[in-house]
Design a protein around this ligand. Sequence first.
Ligand code: CP
Length: 301
Amino acid sequence: MIRHFLSLSSFSHRDLQALVDRAHFFSVNSQQPDQIHHLLTRKIFANVFYEPSTRTRCSFEIAAKRLGADVVNFVPENSSVKKGETVYDTLKTLESLGVDGIVFRHSDDHVLDQLRDRIQLPLLNAGAGKNEHPSQGLLDLLTLHQEFGRLAGLKIAVCGDIKHSRVAGSLMVAAEMFGMEIYLCGPSGLLPEPKGPTVRTADFDEVLPIVDAVMMLRIQLERHQGLELDAGAYHVHFGLTEARVGRMRPDAITLHPGPFNRGVEIADAVVEHPKSRIFKQMSNGVFARMAILEWAMRGRQ
Ligand code: CP
């Protein structure tokens, strides 16, 4: 069976918890290369990113190398995409060249559904359209689990452009599975209809004092047409300011998947505030992706 990693919804609660635990194992043992460097020797992964990325692409590459695998970085701008080659033919080419798995990012919401039965290699979703970003979801779960020792019952405010956020998409899938309560905050035009019993819309300032974590999201200008953002006004109404952080519970934390726009959805001083786990999330990205790569290669010669 080919182990595609496309959505957190394809995992059972138990299997997703096992992936969180494995990612935690890698975080604890990252300084023990003897224990982990042999796990994926001779495997080759292709990073295929049709959209820009810093964190996801680099952390998948580092994760593969920490496990002893090699990585090919496919860059559409310097490839035969420029001569009209399709996504399918590109992936089929990489399959023919002998890669063992494809880490894939694209702006299209449905492209992975169209490819999953046609590519005989694990496809690892590194961000697809507005739907899901499951490896980000896993690193967010790992960060929350490390912080609180549990996921069930956590209350999380998500604030920003949630309608266009695949990060929020994966978090909401996980929330339902683990029984986390999600409060969707932000301009009403950027909020989706809440789905499921654990997700509701809320006033950002009202929920700040009751939540365990606040996840800030940037306005995804690349997914809007003709939106003129008044960054100053947005910061006043929905930005995570020092004053707002001061109203959070003493043990509550702040999160952001990055990239962040300092002074828009998050104040400069808050990015590296003691409550911030933003850089912890980035570090955890490597460990989460190590767990994903290992999982995808299970059973593959
Ligand atoms: N969080 C995230 O997906 O960041 P990148 O776009 O830099 O990969």
